[in-house]
Design a binder for this molecule. Structure first.
Ligand SMILES: Nc1ncnc2c1ncn2[C@@H]1O[C@H](COP(=O)(O)OP(=O)(O)OP(=O)(O)O)[C@@H](O)[C@H]1O
Ligand SMILES: [Mg+2]
Length: 256
């Protein structure tokens, strides 16, 4: 069973050395917990450390904003795009038409996905083949879900995940935590692995903690470990733990 390094310091030792090759792993968390950083770090580290090209699928936020935000960590995404080590697919299911009009002026080598949500996979497959990508990050699956008819959500997401598993790639997908953290979403059941980013309020301070909720076929760690977002991205402290009886910031917000 091949393993794929996460490029997040401290994570691989919690999951027996890395993600299982070809799996689709979900990264869930509330607003600002670091989901985008987590996924882009995975792609960026893949190119830099293992020469594995990556495809970034941006679903809602604008790609230029992600490029700008990630620049803060010293990650030059545009350079990787120009070297054909990275491709960006902008697949906003809500503002497709508007995006197409500005596409030609964009300095970024972005590819607009076709209007139909179902065709996003075909676009991903084409770009994966174009640069021989080994890593994919989809940010986030939540808008894909919202743009899909309610009665079809489970089937469409299941189909999407199965298709991704057939590609010769290991995929991360971010997903927003909605409502209480104790309830689970359909994508959490359908993915091979789920990593949750928590924010707790402890004595007036915010404490960030990571939890491996599941990782199929892996004897993974089950405790909460602190993580931080620093100058070079996300870092996990696998030898430290966070008590999980603290108040979750998003749970308490959801109760109001
Ligand atoms: N250089 C830095 N040092 C410390 N923290 C940083 C730094 N740069 C960004 N951050 C923090 O990272 C967080 C944003 O991370 P990111 O955009 O990855 O989160 P997210 O979960 O994707 O957010 P959203 O829910 O908006 O999509 C912010 O809360 C910000 O405070
Ligand atoms: Mg984000």
């Amino acid at each position: 069973m091949g393993k794929v390094k996460s490029a997040i310091p401290g994570l691989d030792e919690l999951i027996e050395g890395g993600y299982v090759e070809n799996d689709v792993i979900l990264v869930t968390g509330g607003p600002g917990t670091g989901k985008t950083t987590f996924g882009v770090q995975y792609l960026y580290g893949g190119v830099l450390n293992f020469d594995e090209p990556g495809v970034l699928v941006v679903m809602e936020e604008s790609p230029s904003r992600i490029i700008r935000d990630m620049w803060r960590f010293g990650w030059d995404i545009e350079k990787l795009v120009s070297q054909k080590k990275m491709k960006i697919i902008y697949a906003n299911p809500f503002t497709y038409t508007k995006f197409v009009k500005t596409l030609e002026k964009s300095p970024i080598n972005t590819i607009a996905a076709r209007k139909n949500v179902g065709s996003i996979f075909e676009q991903i497959q084409a770009e994966v083949e174009a640069i021989n990508a080994k890593r994919i990050f989809i940010d986030s699956i939540t808008s894909f879900k919202i743009a899909t008819d309610k009665s079809e959500v489970r089937q469409k997401i299941s189909e999407f995940i199965k298709n991704l598993e057939y590609l010769d790639c290991t995929t991360l997908m971010s997903s927003e935590v909605q409502g209480k953290q104790s309830s689970f979403s359909v994508e959490e059941y359908l993915s091979s692995g789920v990593i949750r980013l928590h924010v707790f309020r402890v004595a007036g301070n915010r404490v960030k903690a990571i939890e491996i909720l599941k990782m199929r076929g892996v004897k993974h760690d089950e405790t909460l470990h602190p993580y931080e977002i620093k100058d070079k991205g996300l870092i996990i402290y696998p030898n430290e733990t966070v008590m999980n009886d603290e108040v979750s910031l998003f749970d308490s917000a959801a109760r109001k």
